[in-house]
Ligand binder design. Sequence first.
Ligand code: BES
Ligand code: MN
Ligand code: ZN
Length: 502
Amino acid sequence: MPDPLKLGFGPFAAPGRGVLVVFCDDGLKFGQATSRALGSVSDLVARAAKAERFTGKSGSALELAVPEGLKVARLVVIGTGKPAELKANDFVKLGGAAMGKLPASATEATIFAELPGGAMRPDRAADLAQGVALRAYAFDRYKTKRKDDDKPPASRKVTVAVADAAAARSAYARRGAVADGVLMARDLVNEPANVLYPEEFAWRASALRKVGCQVEILDVPKMRKLGMNALLGVGQGSAHDSRVVVMRWNGGRKGDAPVCFIGKGVCFDTGGISIKPAANMEDMKGDMAGAACVTGLMHALAARKARVNAVGVIGLVENMPDGKAQRPGDIVKSMSGQTIEIINTDAEGRLVLADAIWYCQDRFKPKFMVDLATLTGAIIIALGNDYAGCYANNDQLAERLTKAGEETGELVWRMPLSKEYDKLIDSKFADMKNTGGRMGGAITAAQFIKRFVDDKTPWAHLDIAGTGFDSRQNEINKSWGSGWGVRLLDQLVADHYEGRGR
Ligand code: BES
Ligand code: MN
Ligand code: ZN
């Protein structure tokens, strides 16, 4: 176990060792407890700020080694800009920024959760702590040759100093569970496809039993019996058998319709017979980011004992070229009974979702369904890496997702659906074809999925091809897999679908 983080809360008191992290605004002002802890070092900070042209701009940092007058090895001052403008997610980012300023070798740190106007509210301090947990994550289990000075310590202790430690700790119960869900999702996305194939993914999802979920695994004979030929067609060229995993958390009232989440879990997408070019194909180990998010979310909901009935369904396959692989021109009959002409075997995610969504809807009669999928390159062209594409048959659900996105920083942008786009996937030989051409490629993919949703079930589809994994770094993630969507959907559930307050 590399680098387990020991995260705790304590009172405002100048630490005797390690790293001290404090916050100041863009007037270089500190809060009272911070000023008291810094004592005469405040002057040193002022001089250093001038020398370094540090102005307290949001996210910027000033670092002082062995500051005379303090017992710590290092003092880090982080700017917050204008504290009045900070929202929940800004506190998460501040926590990430603080964690990011700890030297690799640091074993102990104290972060003063105080702004010039006073101590951060307990929930804000807990948001900050969540940022610490998210930023502390690294995926380095396959690095065997690291030099001593590059090795993370066996454990790191980070204390968030607050006015009311008990209140912060209780506010962190939910956020810590959610952070664990995000890290679980990141682990799944980062894992290479020779390790994480459908059976192995299903095995890892079954660990959710430990937090109180019911987990069922559908194997190939079971899926065949159910008629999931769209999903099975994608996996038939792989040496690894396909799986569907159903995860259930019953934290709501008995008999209440569940909220349902469905994830695309293509453990590796070569494109199949319509094979992809070699450049960046390695990224396609992350083509199960939707399934990873659903799994991480179910962990989060269960671990924080959300007062909701929730179901997660993930379709796990590997898309490979092979003598047994599906061909362009093949026609498959989906579980819904609708037939699909395969035009391009690389448009496989929608085939997996078609059966997973139908199965979920048919069996669970959901309150709503949200599916997540790294579905199209076209959504990356349209929106880049900062927004996921959101398609919905229900305005209220779309609006709630948009708002939860703004709260968490996991942003979604609503895209259109219409009859005209839908026509583009009519087929000469079957009920529909699996691609609608280059134009509006992310939209026709969504239209395809929509054909497997009953009009009466509120449904949203999130195309996370641009957000599920990302080589760019940010304040709360230095790894490749982002775990995108776990915080978003936890927020959606918390804001609107839990019996009583959180
Ligand atoms: N998994 C890909 C989409 C993707 C591309 C995700 C890049 C993340 C990064 C998907 O299965 C795919 O291949 N889509 C095709 C669809 C096309 C054949 C209609 C695409 O987007 O090119
Ligand atoms: Mn593909
Ligand atoms: Zn794919």
